[in-house]
Every structure is written in structure tokens, then in C-alpha cells.
Design a protein around this ligand. Structure first.
Ligand SMILES: C[S@@+](CC[C@H](N)C(=O)[O-])C[C@H]1O[C@@H](n2cnc3c(N)ncnc32)[C@H](O)[C@@H]1O
Length: 288
């Protein structure tokens, strides 16, 4: 019986059906979609093309790859790291464990910034670029924009550069390794707008972080000191170098009041809610 099972030629339909049920029993969300995405990846196909092969048998090599993906997925690895990509707005971005998986709320930050800055500003700094999500989306949204994208992680910058090439904005983005604003002196002068999604989880709140995030995403991308506010404080310390510039930040859902207090001494602050009605974004026009 076991030998017969091993010999069995699974079709695409059977594999999707079996895996969907397996994921359902494990309590995983969107079991059908996940099984289709993982099988499509194993077959190196676009997911929509699975249906053109619905009754075709799956060869040994993709079947083995699919089994390995299933194993990783049920062990809690984010599907984006297994697939090696994440859709961000309309851009398929490469992601790996050196970069944070870009979040949907960051898409709202881009929409806000692009809506306010398109036709108004041309020179942007994407500070803490990670996968390059912000810089690339801004470069695509604002055709005349030139961008400096920086991160402390060389490995993240490699990913960001590959993503910029894929989305044909590499020529308009200068990538630079830096510890936040330190070392950007030669590049910061002409910048009009800084956009930053810094690490903002408080180390004291580690127990509140989703376990899959904690086990798989880079801690360098998550934690911003004991209360999560280190990078905002560094911005205030650097205010003299940012005079006359507008700075946009994403921040944690419970940080608005503290950030209002922090930033009101250095500029004019405006806040924005996300689609769930939480305060998640701010802009500061730094006083000259
Ligand atoms: C929350 S992630 C944001 C990534 C990306 N911008 C996004 O929105 O998806 C924060 C990024 O900050 C980077 N980072 C952490 N400490 C840094 C530092 N001292 N200087 C510059 N970048 C830093 C991390 O490597 C990570 O890529």
C-alpha cells in the first residue's frame, strides 16, 4: 500500500485538493490560495496557469519541492519567504530573510506621500529601505523623482538593488549603506523629502509580536530600542541637518501621543490614520 502510494502520480488538482484540506486542518488562513501559490512556485508557473494543467501529473522534482514548501509553511515560515516574493502595490518584490516583508500599511504611506509630493518635490531619501519597497514605489509613482535609498544592512541593500533593476528604476536610485542619518552628509543637502519606515517595535513589547515574525524576520528591521522610539529620537537630534525638509514616518499604532510630544519642538507635525482608523503615519515640516 505504501509502495503504491509512493508510486502514485499526483495531478495538480489532487495536490491542491489534498493540501488545501491539510492546511485547513492545521488552522492556516486562506488554505486554498496558499496551496495554489506554493504548487505554482514548485512548478515555476504563474498561479493562474495551474488551471491549464489541472489534470496533468506532477513530476518528481517539483513534487519534492512542493513537499518541502508545505513542511516549511506548516512550521510557521511566512509564505513570502518560501515563495521568495511579495506583492507590494502592483510590484512583485523579491524578499528573503535579510529584509522585512513589506506590509500593506506601507502602501498607504506611499499613496499619501505620492499624493502630496507628486509635482511638488523631486529629491527623496528612502531611509531604512529594506527591500526597497518605498523608494521603488515612489520612483514609479513620481516619474521625475530621484532617490537616495539607504540601510545599515548590506544584504538588504543587495535585495533592494535587484528589485530596483527588476522594476526599471535602478538608474534613478542611489543606494547607500549608512547607520540611519550618520554618513549621509554628502547626500542629504539636496534632499527635499525623507520617507522612513524605521524599526519601531519596542524591545519591551517583544512578547506582543507575532511568533512567525519574531522567528523569521530580521530583528534589525523590527526593534527600535526599549520603547521602539530610538529612530524618531535620532531624527529629532538630527533636526539641524534636516532644516526645511519634510519627513514622513510610519509608526506603531500606540505611539502617536509620544511622537507628537517628541516632534512638536522641531517642526509642524501632521498625522494620518490607516484604513483601519489607527494613527500610523506622520509628516513633519522641519523648521528652518
Ligand atoms: C521596518 S524595516 C522597513 C523596510 C522597508 N522600508 C519597508 O517599509 O518595508 C526597517 C529597516 O531599517 C533597517 N535598519 C535598522 N537599523 C538601521 C540603522 N541603524 N540605520 C539604517 N537602517 C537601519 C533594517 O535593516 C530594515 O531594513
Amino acid at each position: 500500500m505504501e509502495a503504491e502510494k509512493a508510486k502514485k502520480q499526483w495531478t495538480v488538482q489532487e495536490l491542491v485538493g489534498w493540501t488545501t484540506g491539510f492546511f485547513e486542518r492545521k488552522g492556516l488562513v486562506k488554505p486554498r490560495l496558499s496551496s495554489e501559490l506554493l504548487l505554482a512556485e514548485a512548478l515555476k508557473l504563474d498561479r493562474t496557469l495551474l488551471y491549464t494543467r489541472w489534470n496533468a501529473p506532477v513530476e518528481t522534482a517539483p513534487l519534492e519541492a512542493f513537499r518541502a514548501y508545505i513542511q516549511r509553511y506548516v512550521e510557521g515560515e511566512p509564505i513570502e519567504y518560501i515563495l521568495g516574493y511579495r506583492w507590494f502595490m502592483t510590484y512583485r518584490l523579491e524578499v528573503n530573510r535579510d529584509v522585512l516583508i513589506p506590509r500593506v500599511e506601507t502602501e498607504e504611506l506611499i499613496e499619501w506621500v505620492a499624493g502630496r509630493e507628486n509635482g511638488r518635490s523631486r529629491r527623496f531619501l528612502d531611509l531604512c529601505t529594506g527591500s526597497g519597497a518605498i523608494g521603488i514605489a515612489l520612483a514609479r509613482a513620481i516619474p521625475e523623482a530621484t532617490i537616495v535609498a539607504s540601510d545599515i544592512s548590506e544584504m538588504a541593500l543587495d535585495v533592494a538593488q535587484r528589485n530596483a533593476r527588476t522594476h526599471q528604476v535602478y538608474e534613478r536610485i542611489t543606494f547607500y549603506r549608512s547607520d540611519f542619518l550618520d554618513g549621509l552628509d554628502n547626500l542629504i543637502g539636496p534632499i527635499e523629502v525623507v520617507v522612513c519606515n524605521p524599526p519601531y517595535v519596542g524591545e519591551n513589547d517583544r512578547h506582543k509580536v507575532n511568533p512567525a515574525t519574531l522567528s523569521h524576520e530580521p530583528w534589525l528591521a523590527l526593534f527600535g530600542g526599549p520603547d521602539g522610539l530610538d529612530f524618531y529620537r535620532k531624527t529629532v537630534e538630527n533636526a539641524p541637518r534636516l532644516q526645511g525638509k519634510r519627513v514622513y514616518f510610519e509608526f506603531g499604532f500606540d505611539q502617536k501621543e509620544r511622537l507628537e510630544t517628541l516632534f512638536s519642538s522641531v517642526g509642524t507635525v501632521a498625522f494620518k490614520k490607516d484604513m483601519y482608523g489607527q494613527w500610523r503615519f506622520l509628516s513633519i515640516d522641519i523648521h528652518s
